[in-house]
Design a protein around this ligand. Structure first.
Ligand SMILES: Nc1ncnc2c1ncn2[C@@H]1O[C@H](COP(=O)(O)OP(=O)(O)OP(=O)(O)O)[C@@H](O)[C@H]1O
Length: 302
């Protein structure tokens, strides 16, 4: 798979403050990657180095195999940053046309408008008159103007209502299907879980986890299995706890629960052992719990 972004041992310090600390990762073509972390974790700093807006204190960044500031690279990337600034006295359509004119192969206007959720009446309004949410849609349109192969989005859905948010992520999936690569930052765990196929979890400048949402959850969230039994007894509990892969057994909401790192093998053992259980449920664990555990563990370690 083609590597689009290479971050090699990247650190960034602002005076004595180390904002990013020895981060390395590669991003492959067509993936949707979330950089997830709490406030001040180093997400924007990491993104700014990929965009060539900040130089790393240490390490090397390569985008399409080149320095991020290379003109050939700049033509292939689009960015939507946190601050939305619009040009006064220009209508939305004119701003978009202006941005399209900067690029050798701009995105088709009609396709671009369809993706961004801007309406025909929005296009005829002055950009400075748009609402906060509409300005973000315009900012998305400007990021797409050059038909980029790689999109960087810094907290893209802040200020968008639920409908606009849904539309936004549907457009991102559409762009990804066309082979475009997307990197976005977010605090929203649910958003990373729903939208990304890979999560880079950053805490205090360090990369503390890297994987699919499922991998991150299974790595640290204990899965649990719960069920009912008509023949619950001390002997039943002993047989249960003796099964392989069971970490602990407890009662919750009238159900018998076991935690395990392998729900499949516990299920198999229960049924081959003929244990009298019914109404079995598997709880996959939640990403927000995984996130808190990972960032807390890291904070305790430093
Ligand atoms: N230009 C700067 N000068 C000094 N310190 C900075 C600068 N930019 C960022 N920092 C510090 O570096 C750390 C990481 O900041 P960064 O903006 O990358 O975090 P973030 O994860 O994007 O946070 P948020 O989610 O709040 O936007 C913070 O402690 C921040 O105060």
């Amino acid at each position: 798979m083609e590597v689009i972004v290479e971050m090699n041992q990247i650190s960034k310090s602002f005076k004595e403050k180390k904002a990013v600390d020895h981060i390395s990762f590669n991003i492959h073509k067509g993936s949707i990657v979330a950089i997830l972390g709490p406030n001040g974790a180093g997400k924007t700093t990491t993104l700014s180095m990929m965009l060539g807006m900040l130089e790393p204190t240490q390490g090397t960044v390569k985008i399409f195999g080149q320095h991020p500031k290379d003109i050939k690279v700049r033509e292939k990337i689009g960015a939507m940053l946190q601050q939305v600034s619009v040009i006064d006295r220009l209508k939305v359509r004119e701003v978009i046309e202006l941005f399209r004119s900067y690029y050798p192969n701009p995105m088709e206007m009609e396709f671009l408008i369809n993706l961004t959720g801007l309406t025909p009446s929005d296009l005829n309004r002055y950009a400075e008159k748009l609402s906060g949410g509409q300005k973000r849609c315009l900012s998305f349109a400007l990021a797409l103007a050059g038909n980029p192969e790689l999109l960087f989005l810094d907290e893209p859905t802040v200020g968008l209502d639920t409908t606009a948010r849904r539309k936004f992520w549907a457009s991102i999936r559409e762009l990804s299907k066309q082979g475009k690569t997307v990197v976005f930052t977010t605090h929203y765990l649910q958003e990373a879980d729903d939208a990304a196929d890979r999560i880079l979890l950053i805490s205090q400048g360090a990369l503390v986890a890297d994987g699919t949402p499922e991998e991150i959850k299974s790595r640290i969230v204990k899965r649990s299995l719960s069920f009912l039994s008509d023949q619950d007894s001390p002997e039943f509990r002993q047989r249960l706890i003796a099964l392989p892969s069971i970490a602990e057994c407890y009662d919750k909401d009238g159900r018998i629960c076991v935690t395990t790192d392998n729900t499949d093998s516990v299920l198999a053992a229960i049924f081959t052992g003929g244990l009298p259980v019914r109404d079995v449920r598997i709880d996959q664990g939640r990403l927000d719990e995984a996130f808190e555990q990972l960032t807390q563990n890291h904070e305790e370690a430093v």
